[in-house]
Design a protein around this ligand. Structure first.
Ligand SMILES: C[S@@+](CC[C@H](N)C(=O)[O-])C[C@H]1O[C@@H](n2cnc3c(N)ncnc32)[C@H](O)[C@@H]1O
Length: 259
């Protein structure tokens, strides 16, 4: 998971940068106290600390390993004095973090057993006028062309249709129920073509491996065999050797304010 998150940060940097710039436009004054919920290895924490150069950012995660990686990264980037990690299980209640100007939750809310309780905690922790940003993937990124040269066309579409049949959650009602006033719901579409970021092939391999780990008998044997070949680093069809990769995904961000 940690490796996947770091590749994700590298490949989708432009999207993240657009997103933090937008939060800057929605914030007046600039946020000084920021909380990143379910920070993982710190993709959002670091991006926010860079965007808001005076802010202190508190990264909250249940995993000490994730927080350890985050602390190392912050230190390497000279941000250790403005970034702190707090290990906490947000399902067990809101940790004592003080008042915040901006709370950020990227790809984390859907992991919580009771997201509404976490949103209520975020509401209480924000100052009046403070902003909450929730970001989630509409769908897992896609990389392959329709015809991969091996097996039947449409392999990646069939993998996604098998594993993600339902629409993504819309957080709007959850946010209003917690007392927030919606500012905006904004999709950020990613459509990267060549020249791709250097880490793209490794990112594609990590994402497809993760999907493969959830697939068992749900796909026909010929599809599974084709996918395994594409995941095999030594195969001529390997995702690591292909010239035909692209990156397609959409992330939606809900920005909501505590009145
Ligand atoms: C998919 S990762 C997203 C990480 C990061 N926000 C990003 O955008 O790269 C989800 C993170 O939520 C954390 N998490 C899951 N359940 C949690 C909980 N109950 N309390 C705190 N953190 C939790 C996981 O440890 C993981 O680091």
């Amino acid at each position: 998971m940690a490796e996947l998150l770091e590749l994700d940060a590298e490949v989708l940097q432009t999207c993240l940068s657009e997103l933090t710039a937008w939060l800057g436009e929605l914030s007046d004054p600039e946020p000084a106290r920021i909380v990143d919920l379910g920070s993982g290895t710190g993709t959002g924490t670091i991006a926010l600390a860079r965007r808001f150069g005076q802010a202190g950012v508190t990264a909250v995660d249940i995993s000490p390993q994730m927080l350890h990686r985050l602390a190392k990264k912050a230190s390497t980037l000279g941000l250790a004095d403005r970034v702190r990690g707090v290990q906490a299980d947000l399902d067990e209640g809101w940790p004592a973090l003080g008042t915040s100007d901006l709370v950020w939750a990227a790809a984390s809310l859907h992991h919580m057993a009771d997201p509404d309780r976490v949103l209520a905690g975020a509401f209480d922790a924000l100052r009046p006028g403070g902003l909450l940003a929730v970001t989630e993937m509409d769908f897992f990124p896609r990389f392959l062309p329709d015809d991969t040269g091996i097996g039947r066309p449409g392999l990646e579409a069939r993998v996604h249709a098998t594993l993600n049949p339902g629409p993504a959650v819309d957080w709007t009602d959850h946010l209003t129920r917690a007392g927030f006033v919606m500012e905006a719901k904004r999709p950020f579409a990613v459509a990267l073509t060549t020249p791709l970021p250097a880490a793209t092939a490794r990112y594609a391999q990590a994402c497809l491996r993760k999907l493969r780990s959830h697939l068992d008998e749900q796909l026909p044997a010929d599809d599974l065999a084709a996918l395994d070949t594409i995941l095999d680093s030594d195969s001529p069809y390997s995702v690591l050797r292909r010239e035909d990769l692209t990156v397609r995904t959409t992330r939606t961000t809900w920005a909501a304010r505590r009145p």
